[in-house]
Design a protein around this ligand. Structure first.
Ligand SMILES: NC(=O)c1ccc[n+]([C@@H]2O[C@H](COP(=O)([O-])OP(=O)(O)OC[C@H]3O[C@@H](n4cnc5c(N)ncnc54)[C@H](OP(=O)(O)O)[C@@H]3O)[C@@H](O)[C@H]2O)c1
Length: 257
């Protein structure tokens, strides 16, 4: 694995989709800088991919700024930033824990904002460079009792779309990747994977990693994966009343990714 290739910073790299992205990027020759909170997992992965790690809670702005300053001192040019760190919020707006509602916004949305701001000097120094924001289908449609997670992902999507034009002018291309349900540690999908028929519709994290690379290679601005979730990208916009009425009747009480 590469020790001196272009530098990629991946948040939430200690497990799941972030880990798969790090492995895929290392396979392409990137020097990966892995960020998350669990240092033992990061250390082990960094050794395997010939990369580096920094313990970083992306919801803590000052911590993100300090970590970015350290990374940029070592690597003034950052070719790729993947904003992937995220948590589920298996709670509803009402009756759920208020702390979880705050946490999901601080990690999923603000974590993306703080990391992008903090690493921007390195991205501009490496221009043309890339940012990939791992959002979710839940950023496109808000269903049922999983509202706090969907709200955080809607905010992250708005940030991702909103900064695209400005950053493009500054030589930094932003790609938004919206996966549907994926089987990972933080987002177990047992209700699907237990069923032999439904299991095939729940890919693993490597599937997302492949599409992250594809988005960068082909300069795709926004992708929804797998393809069968794509109607969700426009249905709520073209037929909001219909969608609302259908969900009132048949919508699940919770959606988690
Ligand atoms: N799995 C799905 O169904 C699915 C679908 C659509 C989108 N997504 C999105 O994909 C991303 C990755 O999720 P995943 O499915 O791979 O789940 P995962 O296996 O639980 O991975 C989440 C990663 O985020 C890190 N993280 C959590 N809180 C953090 C914090 N405060 N600061 C820094 N890192 C933090 C975790 O590491 P530490 O615990 O070590 O900090 C872990 O590395 C998330 O943004 C998620 O919303 C997932």
């Amino acid at each position: 694995m590469s020790a001196a290739g272009p530098v990629a910073v991946i948040t939430g790299a200690s497990s799941g989709i972030g880990e798969a992205i790090a492995r895929a990027l290392a396979g392409r020759g990137y020097r990966c800088v892995l960020l998350a909170r669990r240092d033992e997992l990061l250390r082990a992965l960094a050794e395997q991919v010939g990369g580096e790690f920094e313990v970083c809670d992306v919801s803590e702005r000052e911590q993100v700024e300090q970590v970015a300053a350290r990374v940029l001192e070592r690597h003034p040019q950052v070719k790729l930033l993947v904003n992937n760190a995220g948590i589920a919020a298996r709670t509803s707006f009402f009756g759920g824990e208020s702390e979880r509602i705050e946490a999901v916004v601080r990690v999923n949305y603000l974590g993306t904002v703080w990391a992008t701001r903090a690493f921007l000097p390195g991205l501009e120094a490496a221009a043309p460079s890339d940012v990939v924001d791992v959002v979710s289908v839940a950023g496109l449609v808000a269903v049922g009792g999983g509202g706090p997670y969907a709200a955080s992902k809607h905010a992250q999507l708005a940030f991702s779309r909103g900064v695209q034009p400005e950053l493009a002018r500054r030589g930094v291309r932003v790609h938004t990747v919206c996966p549907g349900f994926v089987e990972t540690e933080g987002f177990p999908q047992d209700r699907f994977t237990r069923n032999p028929l439904l299991r095939r519709f729940v890919p693993g994290p490597e599937y997302v990693a492949t599409h992250v690379l594809r988005a960068v290679d082909r300069n795709l601005r926004e992708i929804v994966i797998p393809w069968w979730y794509r109607p969700l990208a426009f249905l709520p916009t073209v037929a909001p009343g219909l969608v609302a009425r259908v969900l009132e009747r048949v919508g699940p009480s919770r959606v988690h990714s």
